[in-house]
Write a protein that binds this ligand. Structure first.
Ligand code: FES
Length: 154
């Protein structure tokens, strides 16, 4: 169900419940890091403190998993609404500002606009591709068996 609305990029991205915010952003080609993080980041271990995102207060309170102990320690001197993307799992649709340490022109109005537009419903569950593949394989096997059986009876 979750849809992440990235304000800076003007982009809505669908993901599945429980997906890691950093991984979704990187998968979608969203620039998550400033200069320091681009030059070198910890790869999502919560150690480099470069994958900042701002989560506006008007988002649903359970949109992301709660701050981890790593975040509580690393974000002590950062604004309350900031998170480390690598530590946050998406649970509900929400609005996100990437790289909050870098200025964004008219940020407040951009966030208000993003929050005012209803978030579209996204997928409600993980894809079941492996089961579908198995079903197809089963059907093919049955068809082949049916033909063979039919041939034996004739
Ligand atoms: S990627 Fe290093 S703290 Fe998130």
């Amino acid at each position: 169900m979750p849809v992440i609305r990235f304000v800076r990029e003007g982009l809505d991205v669908e993901c599945y419940p429980g997906e890691n915010l950093r991984e979704v952003a990187l998968r979608e080609g969203i620039k998550l890091y400033g200069l320091k993080g681009t030059l070198g980041n910890c790869g999502g271990c919560g150690q480099c403190i470069t994958c900042f995102v701002e989560i506006p207060e008007a988002n649903p309170s359970g949109a992301l998993t709660p701050r981890t102990p790593v975040e509580e320690q690393k974000l002590r001197r950062r604004p309350h609404g900031w998170r480390l993307a690598c530590q946050a799992l998406v649970q509900q649709s929400l609005v996100v500002v990437t790289r909050p340490q870098i200025g964004l022109a008219e940020k407040d109005s951009a966030v208000a606009t993003a929050l005012a537009q209803p978030l579209p419903a996204g997928p409600t569950e993980w894809p079941r591709q492996p089961e579908a593949d198995l079903d197809e394989a089963d059907q093919e096997a049955e068809e082949e068996g049916g033909t063979a059986t039919g041939g034996e009876g004739a």
